[in-house]
Structure formats: C-alpha cells, structure tokens
Design a protein around this ligand. Structure first.
Ligand SMILES: Cc1ncc(C[n+]2csc(CCOP(=O)(O)OP(=O)(O)O)c2C)c(N)n1
Ligand SMILES: [Mg+2]
Length: 353
C-alpha cells in the first residue's frame, strides 16, 4: 500500500526513499569536498548544503537525458538527480582529464554533462538563462517535446540577461522553467540590498508567466510545483518562474567566512531550515524510513563517497598540451571559417505561434 505522503504527491513510496537518498548523497559528497579542500586536496569548494531539498524536488519531474538543465555552482543535488554520478562530480572537483564537465578546464563546482543534458556552468552568473531559453526555442522549433530549466540564485536573477530571457520566453511561450534558489544572500550581501521586492516570484507577472514560491524544506511541495511547471511547459502552456526559499548552510564558498557578516542568531535560524533532517523526519513519520533502512542507506552512501574520492584521486591529470583544445581552430590547417549560410525558410514563422 502506498503511504498517504507519497499518494498526495502522486509518487510511489520507493520514489520518496530514492529522493531522500539523493539528498543525503549530495550532502555527503558536499561534506567530503570540504574535507578535501581543508586538507589541501581540492583548491575550491562551492556548496549546495541547504539547497538540496529544492534541488531534488525540482529536478525529479524532468525526463532524464531528454530535458535540459542549465545549472549553477550549487547544483550538486540537481546533477545527481538527473543522473550524474558521484565519480563524475568528484572528477570535476579534482579537475581530472576524464571530468565530463570540462576535462578539468573549469573551476571545481562548474558541473556539466553532455549525455545527461546538463549545460556546463558559466562563471559569469545568469548567462545560463540565455543558453536555456535558446535550447527551449530550439526544442520548440524542432518539435522535440523537451523542457529546458535554468537555475540560479536570487542575486544572479538581477542580471540583465534574466530580463531579456524571461521576456523572450514569455512572448514565445517557450518550454522553459526558471528556478531561483533564494538563500537570502549574494555572497555577503543580504537580500534587502539585492532585491527591490521581497519575492523574486512577483517579477514573473511582468513577463506574463506564473511565479510560484515554494519552501525549500518541503521537498514534495517543490516536486509538485516543478511537475506542474514542467507539464505546462511541455504542453505548450509556456514558461514558469519557481522561487524556492532555501538556506545557505555554509559560507559562500571555501574562500568565504560567513561569521564575518552574519550574526549567530541568523546562522542559527538558517540551520532550522536544513531540508535533510526535515525530509528524513517526514519519511519516518510516514513509515518509509526507520533505523534499519537508514543504516543501509548510510553505509551505501559512505561507500559511494569513498569510491568517488579514491577514483578521482587516482584518475589521470589533464595533458597540459590539451589546454587550448576547443578554443582555437587548427592553425596548421589555415582554413577560412565556413561561409555563413542563410536560414532555410522563416524560423520566425515557425516560432511565433
Ligand atoms: C556577472 C558576475 N558578476 C559577479 C560574479 C561574482 N559572483 C559569484 S557568485 C555571486 C553571488 C551570487 O549570489 P546568488 O545569485 O544569490 O547565488 P548564491 O551564491 O547565493 O547561491 C557573485 C556576485 C560573477 N560570478 N558573475
Ligand atoms: Mg543567494
């Protein structure tokens, strides 16, 4: 029999346990990355701790290897939820040659995966929204039935790119979902100094799309909001903006000390919004987790983290000679760029329905 909790979300009990496992795995990998950083093994960590509930709930309704995600540097749980493996995330952390994100070219935390349809993170924040809207436009033109999702923080959502992208997506009713993980800070700047409104979601009205606020500790609430937005996008109803209120449990990055600009009361309050123990307790009450299941999961997660760390530690470094691969053409070939080809037919006719 399905638990009431799962039935209310239209999911099976096993889905809820799998969601919890993804949250817990993301947290364990993230914690390991900090240990590696503090022990001199990894040069930089940027953490998803506190964001995992929103990330797993929102990623869950996506069709794997079909829909597209343009994530940001905190998207560890998102990447796991769409099928990236702990080994792949650790290869990126160590910047090794086989790192699927960039072959070690990017900073750690800039995840990407061609096969899993995860667009490589750009360091300039918010640029990914234009990539995702472009993908949504292409999906619509080609009739591919795909949805594109862009994810970023509330501070980044103030960039000009976001206005352009949301306006365009709204006009053309693109299969697009914009996710803002609002943790109340852009590095050390509190939300009151970044945003002229309390909720980013209220801006959606200006682009002719629904703006939905979800509590990032409510994993299944995040799932439902995303499921509705993805269905709407896929069925031609157009884009949605989802704002997840989350907490940032760590400093901005491994180079930041948040006690310098956050009070102990603020940090304490933030810790009460940790999605991991909240979701765990929900599943315990629903009878889906108990000490024995949790023990099995904890052992499995610990083994995955150990395996990913050892695998990435032992993996080959990138060849320095490959450093500018994909940046320049082959100078020896000395070939002119291919001639510009005019588009066949009118793309605009097919897009503007
Ligand atoms: C265009 C651009 N400006 C500034 C930065 C430096 N920067 C990196 S992260 C960040 C804060 C982003 O805050 P937010 O979007 O709220 O995301 P959070 O880190 O809080 O999750 C800034 C200003 C950048 N990477 N790109
Ligand atoms: Mg923020």
């Amino acid at each position: 029999m399905t638990s009431e909790l799962a039935a209310a979300a239209g999911l099976a009990d096993a889905d809820l346990v799998a969601m919890y496992r993804t949250l817990a795995l993301a947290r364990a990998l993230d914690e390991r990355m900090w240990v590696l950083n503090r022990s001199g093994r990894a040069p930089f960590v940027i953490s998803g701790q506190g964001h995992e509930g929103a990330q797993v709930g929102i990623a869950w309704p996506l069709r794997r290897d079909h829909d597209w995600v343009a994530p940001f540097y905190r998207s560890i749980a998102t990447c796991l939820a769409v099928g990236m493996t702990p080994r792949e995330l650790m290869l990126a952390q160590y910047a090794k040659a086989d790192d699927p994100s960039s072959g070690g070219r990017q900073m750690p935390g800039h995840y990407g995966h061609v096969g899993r349809h995860v667009v490589s993170v750009s360091s300039p924040v918010a640029t990914q929204i234009l990539h995702a809207v472009g993908i949504a436009l292409a999906a619509k033109i080609r009739g591919l039935d795909q949805v594109a999702v862009a994810i970023m923080g509330e501070g980044s959502s103030n960039q000009g790119d976001v206005h352009e992208a949301l306006n365009f997506a709204g006009i053309h009713k693109l299969p697009f979902v914009f996710v803002v993980e609002n943790n109340g800070y852009a590095i050390s700047v509190p939300w009151e100094r970044e945003l002229s409104v309390r909720d980013v979601a209220s801006r959606a009205a200006g682009y002719g799309m629904p703006g939905v606020i979800v509590d990032g500790t409510d994993v299944l609430g995040c799932y439902r909001a995303s499921r509705d937005a993805v269905e709407r996008a896929r069925s031609g109803g157009g884009p949605t903006l989802i704002e997840a209120k989350v907490t940032r449990l760590t400093g901005h990055s491994s180079d930041d000390q948040q006690t310098k600009y956050r009070s102990e009361a603020d940090l304490e309050e933030g810790r009460t919004h940790d999605p991991l123990p909240i979701f765990r307790e929900q599943l315990r009450v629903a009878g889906l987790l108990d000490a024995s299941i949790e023990g099995v999961l904890a052992a499995e997660i610990s083994a995955l983290v150990e395996d990913a760390t050892a695998f990435a530690e032992a993996a080959a470094e990138p060849d320095p000679a490959s450093g500018v691969d994909h940046v320049y053409g082959d100078p020896a070939a000395n070939e002119p760029p291919p001639p510009w080809q005019p588009a066949r037919g009118s793309v605009a006719d097919r897009v503007i329905s």
